[in-house]
Design a protein around this ligand. Structure first.
Ligand code: COA
Ligand code: AMP
Length: 630
């Protein structure tokens, strides 16, 4: 069915549309209806009983597909490739679930997963799903403190970790970071299960830590435990405007139905197809389309450990696509920019047989038309931008390859997917005319698979997403919709920045900078970066009487952000200024400073208390290389 018919079908009968979509899932008890008007923003399939792991693994084995490849782990860091069939995955996951169950982890208990891109990470998530435990995966690039914050918020019964991750030119010992986090956190989990990697084995704490392989070897496999449709499948923390991350909750049944619909319709992936999503299990893209989506569809997923460039070169993606017969490939625009920078003519592309590849999908940040054109010209396949968020769990706007591709408009992630009604609103909450910039909002209710609330923070959920525009979910993105319904995402309306496809909070970085004893006041802005999209830059005002040289304070705060938030923040630049530009009411003019750093024309804001400060900021930013050459 063509996109227009699908979307119109959903508009005319949302309940019927989602009930029909729910038939792609195996239910222990089917739901009596799709939408339930309960909770702060509604829920889906709440009275159905279902299990995610059954739908991702067991049903395929039961249907006779146990020998089909479920997972290909391709590590550009170790040079090794490991393959797991659905039957092998079932065995590993059932045993791991058995280990958890034997240690008292059951339905509703939280489990934190802190692991690199290895098959055990995916098995950990599925083992939790098997017994109804709620996992929360923490990205490996976050520091111990960030892990501690999540431990205290989720209060997990168990932590599953690996001894180390592998980054270019360095081994990252995860286990000591976990130990440090456990020391800092007030909450203490009872079980720490550690997968030892040969590149760096971890010291174990007697009586608390358990060796993964040993535990699995003797485990009694656990069966799938059916859970209610509105049972939380997982919590995934994402950056908000403060240092306290938001725990996005995903309900089980809506998640299953949304992924079962989106994998074939958007990505054109079906049973036996190979899907390669170069992201990380620590992000929502990894949850939905490395782990759950492809397996629910009965496809093969590629788990890639490495970087787009330097492991060993800019041809790694193309080598993987050729070696494993990848049909659809999904990554962040920044990864393609990195490849383009190292291999501008795409010479390495020509060295591989990419005949299996039908499309390249991009998301996580705005896909600039130059990057899309470069990839289109060299790959000769559709390059499809699509837009979504941790909160939504699956694309809000996309170009649905599986339903018949619509014309591509560069700079636009195309059109709303069924379930999403997009309005662009002015400050007063009124829809604006096509082509007019405004806040992008989604009319309630949101579709299945999207967040029903924040973990233990319903008031924050309402305040952050529902209160500003009654009747809507506020995305935090600004942009416009053109005459033909194509969406254009232009900027964030809050303090969230996007660095190499990673969502980061400038507010969280400011909290770290402010904790330095020499810093009186500070601001962190997102500035344009040709590789990573954006990069954070700090502006610091020092306390009176501070004798530490400014350069020293700068290197100390850079180290502090790495230590408190993690290397993923990529916070490398700061400068000391006498004062920050503010409105007469005291609000720091971050957007104005970001414009100066980006070399854009700056109109002096009417509300500024002292326009002369802008020249001081200009000089300070020039001192650290901004605006930079593009
Ligand atoms: N564990 C530990 N450290 C990690 C990590 C992990 N899982 N992931 C990243 N880091 C560290 C890196 O080693 C780096 O540390 P450094 O400052 O010591 O060099 C820092 O965090 C920043 O990493 P990264 O964002 O990967 O930047 P990079 O400069 O190493 O590489 C790119 C640049 C563009 C190649 C890289 O950012 C990239 O591949 N981006 C795509 C991101 C993506 O897929 N996002 C998902 C959205 S769909
Ligand atoms: P995350 O929750 O980490 O997936 O980040 C979501 C945010 O990334 C969105 O709210 C946007 O600001 C940005 N984003 C994701 N995909 C796109 C896209 N295709 N175009 C523009 N911005 C995007």
């Amino acid at each position: 069915m063509a996109y227009q018919d699908i979307y119109a079908g959903w508009q005319s009968d949302p309940e019927g549309f989602w009930m029909e979509a729910s038939r792609a899932i195996d239910w222990t008890h089917p739901p009596s209806r799709a939408f339930f008007d309960q909770g702060p923003a509604g829920e889906w399939f709440s009275d159905g009983m279902v299990n995610t792991c059954w739908n991702a693994i067991d049903r395929h084995v039961q249907a006779g597909h146990g020998d089909r490849l479920a997972v290909i782990h391709d590590s550009a860091m170790t040079g090794k490739v490991e393959r797991l069939t659905y039957a092998q995955l079932q065995d590993q996951v059932a045993r791991l679930a058995g280990v958890l169950a034997a240690h008292g982890v059951g339905k509703g208990d939280r489990v934190i997963i802190y692991m690199p891109m290895i098959p055990q990470a995916l098995q950990a998530m599925l083992a939790c799903a098997r017994i109804g435990a709620i996992h929360s995966v923490v990205f490996g690039g976050f520091a111990a403190h960030e892990l501690a914050v999540r431990i205290d918020d989720a209060r997990p019964k168990a932590i599953l970790a690996a001894s180390c991750g592998l980054e270019p030119n360095r081994v990252v010992p995860y286990k000591p970071l976990m130990d440090q986090a456990l020391e800092e956190a007030a909450h203490k989990p009872t079980l720490c299960l550690v997968h030892q990697r040969p590149e760096c084995t971890a010291a174990m704490t007697e009586g608390r830590d358990l060796d993964w392989d040993e535990a699995i070897a003797t485990a009694t496999p656990a069966d799938c435990v059916p859970v209610e449709g509105n049972h939380p499948a997982y919590i995934l923390y994402t950056s908000g405007t403060t240092g306290q991350p938001k725990g996005v909750v995903r309900h089980t049944a809506g998640h299953l139905v949304a992924l079962a619909w989106s994998v074939p319709h958007i990505y054109d992936i079906g049973p036996g197809d190979v899907f390669f999503v170069a992201s990380d299990v620590g992000w929502v893209v990894g949850h939905s389309y490395i782990v759950y989506g492809p397996l629910i569809a009965g496809a093969t997923t590629v788990i890639f450990e490495g970087k787009p460039v330097g492991t060993p070169d800019a041809g790694t993606f193309w080598r993987i696509i050729a070696d494993h017969g990848v049909k659809s490939f999904f990554t962040a625009p920044t990864a393609i920019r990195a490849v383009k920078r190292d291999d501008p003519d795409g010479a390495l592309i020509g060295q591989h047989d990419l005949s299996s590849l039908k499309a390249l999908f991009l998301a996580g940040e705005r896909a600039d038309p130059d990057t899309i054109t470069w990839a289109e010209d060299r790959l000769n396949i559709p390059v499809i931008d699509h837009w979504w968020q941790t909160e939504t769990g699956w694309p809000i706007a996309a170009n649905p390859l599986g339903a018949g591709l619509l014309p591509i408009r560069k700079g636009s992630p195309s059109v709303p997917m069924p379930g999403y009604h997009i309005d662009v609103l002015d400050e007063a909450g009124h829809p604006v005319a096509p082509g007019t910039l405004g806040a992008i909002a989604l009319r309630l209710p949101l579709p299945p698979g999207t967040l029903p609330t924040l973990w233990n923070a319903e008031a924050r959920f309402r305040k952050a997403y529902l209160d500003h525009f009654p009747g809507y979910y506020e995305t935090g993105d600004a942009g416009y919709v053109d005459e033909d319904g194509y969406v254009f995402i232009m900027a964030r309306t809050d303090d969230v920045i996007n660095v190499a496809g990673h969502r980061l909070s400038t507010g969280a970085m400011e909290e770290v900078l402010s904790s330095h004893p020499a810093v009186a006041e500070c601001a962190v802005i997102g500035v344009v970066n040709t590789l990573k999209g954006q990069a954070p830059v700090g502006l610091l005002c020092l306390k009176k009487g501070v004798t530490t040289p400014p350069d020293q304070v700068v290197s100390q705060v850079v180290a502090l952000v790495r230590d408190r938030i993690g290397p993923v923040a990529a916070f490398k630049t700061a400068c000391v200024v006498d004062r920050l530009p503010k409105t007469r009411s005291g609000k720091i003019l971050r957007a104005t400073m970001a414009k100066i750093a980006d070399g854009e024309e700056v109109k002096t804001p009417a509300t500024i208390d002292d326009p002369a400060i802008l020249d001081e900021i200009r000089t300070a930013l020039a001192g650290v290389g901004y605006p930079c050459e593009r």
